[in-house]
Design a protein around this ligand. Structure first.
Ligand code: DGT
Ligand code: CA
Ligand code: CA
Ligand code: ZN
Length: 575
């Protein structure tokens, strides 16, 4: 993934926000916003482009290109820093509250002198918001909810940002002379949906050069503690990184310990005691003599406890140790098992890339089938029509031989209406190879209505997959209120798959609910919901959720051969 593109996207987006918040030209703000999205979705790494090359990106003009080039050369964007200096940090934090945004943050600051999130919460409770234009009756409630969500996520970092940062650091530390092993551990290795901090583990005889290298990384903003066994730093984005360096012979024990989870560790420690051993962050020891037992690999540690190796996503003390003892650990689905993607978008709706570019990128992933599922007409802002959809189908059929080994499927992402109906009548739906159906509206409907709505969508013979079932956005929007068990029952009964949406902002359905759905016999589709070519790599995160839910290839329809998937997609023929 092109991490630098994402960084530049964020900076340009912030620049656009700051232009509008400081009362700048709305047109300029919009054009930077457009450039931000274009850079984020650009398939080529911006680091490899010069000023001319940058201007080839649609929406990137001369002055944007100059700003990007400056950032690439110096790590700074001076125009952005100048604008930042004009805004109190508290106001910038307010902009990040879901349902506030830059314009309203500015209005609150200008009209009510509110300059922090705390002051904002206070003003809502004192009912002062009605004095400002643009704040309706329920605004206060929504803002408090947004602040709540922001605080609940408690500064945790999304999986993609954390993974990219951790990989960058592991590469840098591995390259230090004397470093013999290096990997990340902690919740990130367990593929939790968000991480509190990044735990990096390394082996070396002398830890000194490794610790120094960490503190000197260009994106490290602050050194929290520095010691011979552990050094903690904070990155420019506020993410904490702990680096621990251990002797090579302790690698296995240390990796088990720092991968966690705490609950899994506690379970292992009890087993160690029974085996006459002691397992701690300092290694594996004989309990009686206190002598160190060499534990160079995780395999050796688990074997000493009478266990097979347990995959990190399972290490949550949710029955994995018991299953391991019975020899019943699941054969977990892996990213390499995926044979296709069943939920993707193009620039016909809100995607950034053309049909051809998406298809070419998918083919390079080695898929044997690939579905294009642009939005259906009820999502009005996407301006879909029957004609456009049919024209896309023609275009897609015309590309059938472009990649000999990848079958192209024409699909759509339908909108599940408030009563459970979808965009098109049965005859039109029958023309698609695959239909994903998702909730994109009426998030606030009550539990009974939401449940009925989703069950009805499952019962539609043309709906194959329910997309991002709960519609949550991690740290920004909570899940809809729905009786999941009733929906799982309906999905299993009707042969409707439930999506594991791999977008790191969604990861919907979440791991524990997936595990519960599996008990009903529900099948899953691990999809990217890609809106740009780079997003086609997202399934690595959805796979993390699937592994944490104990799924095997048997549970995941897009690991199946086309022959088998084809039968599953003929759900109406089943009844
Ligand atoms: P996070 O960072 O909040 O997303 O979650 P983790 O699991 O990465 O937790 P972290 O960074 O505090 O610690 C990394 C691992 O170290 C953790 O998964 C297990 C181990 N560990 C930390 N503190 C304790 C403890 O008090 N007891 C035990 N048994 N293990 C611990
Ligand atoms: Ca951690
Ligand atoms: Ca930690
Ligand atoms: Zn979608």
């Amino acid at each position: 993934m092109t991490r630098l593109n994402d960084q530049v996207q964020e900076l340009l987006q912030e620049y656009a926000d700051l232009i509008s918040i400081t009362g700048g030209d709305a047109f300029r703000a919009r054009s930077y916003e457009k450039a931000a999205r274009a850079v984020g979705g650009h398939p080529e790494d911006v680091a490899r482009l010069d000023a001319k090359g940058l201007q080839q990106i649609p929406g990137v003009g001369k002055s944007t290109a100059e700003k990007i080039a400056e950032y690439l050369a110096t790590g700074r964007m001076s125009a952005l820093e100048a604008l930042r200096a004009k805004i109190p940090p508290g106001v910038r934090e307010m902009m990040a509250v879901p349902s506030v945004g830059p314009k309203r943050a500015l209005a609150l600051y200008r009209d009510l002198d509110i300059a922090s999130v705390d002051q904002l919460a206070e003003a809502v409770r004192a009912d002062r918001l009605s004095e400002v234009a643009g704040f309706g009756e329920r605004s206060g409630e929504k803002i408090l909810h947004g602040i709540e969500l922001m605080r609940q996520s408690g500064g945790r970092t999304l999986l993609d940002a954390a993974t990219e940062q951790a990989e960058q650091i592991v590469r840098a530390i591995s390259a230090v002379p004397g470093c013999t092993r290096c990997a990340y551990a902690g919740s990130l290795r367990r593929m939790r949906e968000t991480v509190g901090d990044i735990d990096v583990l390394a082996t070396a005889e002398d830890s000194e050069p490794l610790m120094t290298a960490l503190t000197e990384l260009p994106y490290v903003a602050e050194v929290i503690v520095r010691g011979p066994t552990k050094t903690s730093v904070r990155t420019a984005k506020g993410l904490q990184v702990d680096l621990r360096v251990v002797p090579e012979e302790d690698w296995g024990a240390a990796l088990v310990y720092f991968t966690g989870s705490k609950a899994h560790n506690i379970k292992l420690r009890t087993m160690a005691v029974r085996a006459g051993l002691k397992l701690s962050e300092y290694g594996l020891f004989d309990a009686e003599s206190g002598e160190k037992v060499v534990s160079a690999t995780e395999d050796e540690v688990y074997a000493a406890l009478g266990l097979p190796w347990i995959a990190p996503p399972l290490r949550e003390d949710r029955g994995e140790v018991e299953a391991a003892l019975r020899g019943e650990l699941p054969d977990l689905v892996a990213e390499s098992d995926l044979r296709g993607d069943l939920h993707t978008h193009t620039d016909l709706t809100d995607g950034l890339a053309t049909l051809e570019d998406m298809i070419d990128t998918a083919a390079a992933r080695g898929y044997s089938y690939y579905a294009v599922t642009d939005h259906a007409p009820d999502l009005v802002m996407q301006r879909m029509t029957d004609e456009k959809m049919l024209a896309q189908r023609e275009q897609l059929r015309g590309l059938a031989d472009r990649h000999k080994r990848m079958r192209l499927l024409h699909g759509t992402e339908l909108n599940i209406g408030p009563d459970g109906g979808v965009d098109w009548p049965a005859e039109f739906l029958a023309g698609f190879d695959v239909c994903v159906a998702s909730v994109h509206s009426h998030f606030g409907a009550d539990r009974a209505a939401q449940t009925r709505r989703l069950i009805r969508a499952c019962e539609n013979p043309h709906v194959h997959v329910i997309g991002h079932l709960t519609t949550r956005r991690i740290g920004r929007r909570g899940p809809i209120d729905v009786d999941l068990d009733a929906v799982f029952e309906a999905a299993a009964r009707t042969g409707t798959a439930i999506e594991i949406n791999s977008s790191p902002q969604r990861l919907d359905l979440r791991d524990e609910d997936v595990q519960r759905a599996k008990r009903y016999g529900v099948k899953f589709s691990i999809d990217s919901d890609a809106h740009a070519t780079g997003h086609l790599a997202y399934p690595r995160y959805g796979i993390g959720t699937a592994q944490r839910a104990w799924l095997t290839t048997e549970d995941v329809i897009n690991t199946w051969t086309w022959q088998r998937l084809k039968k599953f997609l003929r759900k109406d023929a089943l009844r």
